[in-house]
Design a protein around this ligand. Structure first.
Ligand code: PLP
Length: 374
């Protein structure tokens, strides 16, 4: 789809700013590299769709061997099901009447698995599914250290027994999101060790469940920082990285990527330069993500129009449609100058935009919708 772009695309200099850009060569390189390393681990690749929310990107992930997708929201599930994706893991607890009703409808279409971690979450779903004559495949969500959703490992067997005793529920396996690895910051060795431990912990739980007579074919780990460790634990069956498709400033800080692997940038322009040491750009908090795990206090890494990082410049603040770029490097910037910003968090940035541009070199060549946003 190339809506709003003339045949052959547009030079970046002619694109209205701000604009969300995806460097296609970098994205393809990321897809190739991570598919290769997950393949080397001998596990399936099930990317998280929340990073792109874009079917054009999802199609490239399928072309690189993804077996299906992970989702966080009903809208993401629907978008993928409508697009014909047959294997979708909704890695969230379907709680509340609307989500329960949605889950049952979506289950009836086939190919959907949900995450559960308690009978409180599962009972209304079980009842609704039994009433509709639908079976709900689920994975037991386990907390391997993030302390978000998921049962503690020592309660996994008991919780699985309670869940599988409920009508219309069918356990497919176990899942963890090893998001706690980010707490290791730039300590790559510590991060890798924690990822390997998360993988081993999940495998141990799968074995304990099998020993109790449960079917447990799926052992699913998932994160970008953990993609080089957790999937390599013997017995893991699939990996669910999401951010890897673009990478971002947080992943650079964690040592999961180099800056020249970051495919997503926000193209912006200097629109005002009234005070020494600061310039104002036309990308503010409605264009960026302030969610920083490794880049505290900034809104992303400032790069030149070709995507190379610039010294002496920091994106230190934003109002809705204004960004504050500060530092000694501002003396070299003039009103009208283009900049590209590598966002802190690719997934949060995606959710700010209704479309992205694929970029080849210095040309925007395709424009694609970003859908299923809140
Ligand atoms: C359940 C689940 N799986 C996989 C991922 C992907 O992790 P990452 O964003 O580090 O690639 C996430 C990210 O939030 C997640 O919540």
């Amino acid at each position: 789809m190339t809506a709003d772009l003339p045949p052959g695309g547009l030079p970046l200099d002619e694109l209205p700013t701000p604009a969300l850009l995806i460097d296609r060569a970098r994205m393809e390189a990321n897809l190739t590299a991570v598919a290769g390393s997950i393949g080397a681990a001998g596990v399936a690749l099930r990317p998280h769709f929340k990073t792109s929310k874009c079917l054009a990107v999802a199609r490239r992930q399928l072309a690189h061997g993804a077996i299906g997708f992970t989702c966080a929201t009903p809208a993401e599930v629907t978008l993928l099901q409508d697009a014909g994706v047959e294997d979708v893991l909704w890695a969230h607890q379907p709680v509340g009447p609307a989500k329960v009703a949605f889950a049952v409808r979506a289950m009836a279409r086939g190919g959907l698995t949900v995450a559960l971690d308690s009978t409180e979450a599962a009972e209304p779903l079980s009842e609704a599914a039994a009433g509709a004559g639908v079976t709900v495949p689920f994975v037991l969500e386990v907390d391997t250290g993030l302390h978000r959703a998921g049962v503690d490992p020592d309660r996994a067997v008991r919780t699985a027994a309670a869940l599988t005793a409920l009508p219309a529920l069918e356990m497919r396996g176990v899942l963890t999101h090893e998001g706690h690895l980010a707490a290791h910051g730039s300590d790559r060795a510590g991060l890798e060790a924690a990822g390997a431990l998360a993988g081993r912990t999940l495998v141990q739980i799968a074995k304990a469940l099998r020993a109790e007579g449960h079917e447990c074919p799926l052992v699913s780990v998932g994160s970008t920082p953990g993609a080089t460790s957790a999937p390599f634990a013997e017995g893991v069956t699939e990996a669910r990285p999401g951010t890897y498709v673009y990478f971002d400033a947080n992943q650079v800080g964690l040592g999961s990527a180099q800056i020249d692997q970051c495919a997503q940038t926000v193209l912006t322009r200097v629109v005002s330069a009234q005070r020494p040491g600061t310039v104002i750009v036309d990308a503010g908090i409605k264009a960026m993500s302030s969610d920083s795990i490794a880049t505290a206090g900034t809104l992303g890494i400032v790069c030149d129009a070709a995507g190379a990082p610039l010294d002496g410049l920091a994106f230190t603040g934003g109002n809705e449609e204004h960004g504050y770029i500060t530092g000694p490097g501002t003396s070299g910037l003039r009103v009208g100058d283009p900049l590209r910003i590598v966002p802190n968090h690719a997934c949060g940035t995606t959710n700010m935009w209704s479309a992205l541009h694929f970029v080849d070199g210095d040309r925007a060549v395709e424009r694609h919708p970003i859908e299923a946003r809140h």
